[in-house]
Design a binder for this molecule. Structure first.
Ligand code: 9MR
Length: 367
């Protein structure tokens, strides 16, 4: 993503909206570096991303590292103060909740749910069906297809029942597609066939009829083969009356790649199906070391993702995948890259934080 990519593609209503939103965003430069407007009418109460989001009709969330939540007081204060929804970064995944077959360990996840209740936050549940972070008894087991189907059914039923009433949105199925739009070759597809997706949603709905059920994936920000295949799948699922309510767009970007300036085009086509949408895992990494050009490109990336959400009426949550560079999955997965979050390692706000605040401020009254 480079400054030159600010030139926006025209030819669709969404692109025009994006362009005007960008103009507005530039005009908002008359704010101080926390994004707060100066002058008369300026409220003394500190505005947070969560409170600004509320005025713009959406929740602003973060993935939470529950070890950091327990051990790092400044981290805990930021989670509590800045955000209006939370997602467990790891502790609701299958390997965490059922490390030994038949023995559940909900302690860490329950702790996060309690924390969220105490701070008036909603919880996004992440995630029920994935190819990754499965317990070894499952990965290494020798199960028939019928047994695996029953294992998956039981997992979904037990986990959704355990959290019944406490989860706002579940990422029921995570990362089911390849980038070319074919279904990912996972244990679930191989053993159960493509019907595992509809089954997972039906089972989750039976266990908690009030939870909003999402399919979630990465590299589906813009209009491309993967997002188009996902659109075709959810269209079909809705026709079959499968209880699917939303599409989660992860939003893992990097400053060295083009930003998805057609994100509203893409999100609006899901909106037209009557689906909710959310940005579920926003972060914008960069080749290290960071410098001011990269930080500005990063701010632009966050802004593109947030504006895509704000331009989509049914987009009701914008979640960042962690908020401080101290705790990030990026350096482990992409050696030589990092600094992907909106606060630095000392919890100082980066330009991206100001961009989110300004963009939310301009969207006040959205709903
Ligand atoms: O941030 C998570 C990291 O701590 C884990 O080691 C990793 C294991 O795969 O999963 C990370 O979270 C992923 C999320 O659950 C699904 N989308 C991609 C995220 C980043 O890898």
């Amino acid at each position: 993503m480079h400054r030159t990519t600010r030139a926006l593609a025209v030819g669709s209503a969404a692109a025009v909206l994006l362009a005007s939103a960008f103009t507005l965003s530039s005009a908002a430069a008359a704010t101080d570096d926390t994004g707060r407007r100066a002058g008369p009418g300026h409220s003394a109460a500190p505005q947070t991303l969560g409170s600004l989001g509320r005025k713009a009709g959406l929740r602003i969330g973060t993935a939470v590292d529950t070890t950091a939540l327990a051990e790092d007081a400044p981290y805990r204060d930021k989670v509590a103060g800045e955000f209006s929804s939370v997602t467990a970064e790891n502790v609701m995944k299958w390997e965490a909740v059922e490390p030994t077959r038949g023995t559940y360990d909900w302690a860490a996840a329950d702790g996060l749910v309690d924390f969220a209740k105490k701070h008036g936050q909603l919880v996004r549940g992440h995630t029920l069906v994935w190819h990754n972070q499965l317990p070894s008894w499952l990965n290494d087991g020798d199960f028939t297809a019928d047994e695996l189907r029953e294992i998956l059914h039981e997992h979904i039923t037990d986990q959704v029942t355990h959290f019944k009433g406490d989860i706002w949105q579940w990422d029921v199925v995570n990362e089911a597609f390849n980038d070319d739009g074919t279904l990912r070759d996972s244990i679930w597809l191989r053993e159960l066939g493509p019907g595992y997706i509809a089954d997972a949603f039906r089972w989750a709905h039976e266990a908690d009829p009030k939870a909003r059920l999402f399919i979630n994936d990465y590299n589906i920000e813009g209009v491309n083969a993967k997002s188009t295949a996902l659109h075709a799948l959810v269209t079909q699922l809705r026709k079959q009356r499968v209880p699917i309510h939303g599409v989660g767009i992860q939003g893992h970007l990097g400053v060295q790649y083009s930003a998805p300036h057609d994100i509203a085009d893409n999100m609006l086509r899901f909106d037209r199906l009557g689906l909710e949408t959310a940005i579920t895992e926003a972060d914008v990494r960069m080749p290290m070391p960071a410098d001011s050009t990269k930080l500005e490109a990063q701010a632009e990336g966050y802004g593109v993702l947030l504006r895509g959400c704000l331009l989509t009426p049914g987009c009701n949550d914008f979640t960042v995948w962690g908020f401080t560079d101290t705790y990030s999955w990026v350096p482990d997965t992409f050696p030589g890259e990092g600094a992907a979050n909106i606060f630095d390692e000392n919890y100082a706000p980066k330009p991206a934080y100001g961009t989110l605040r300004q963009t939310l401020t301009l969207a006040a009254g959205r709903h």
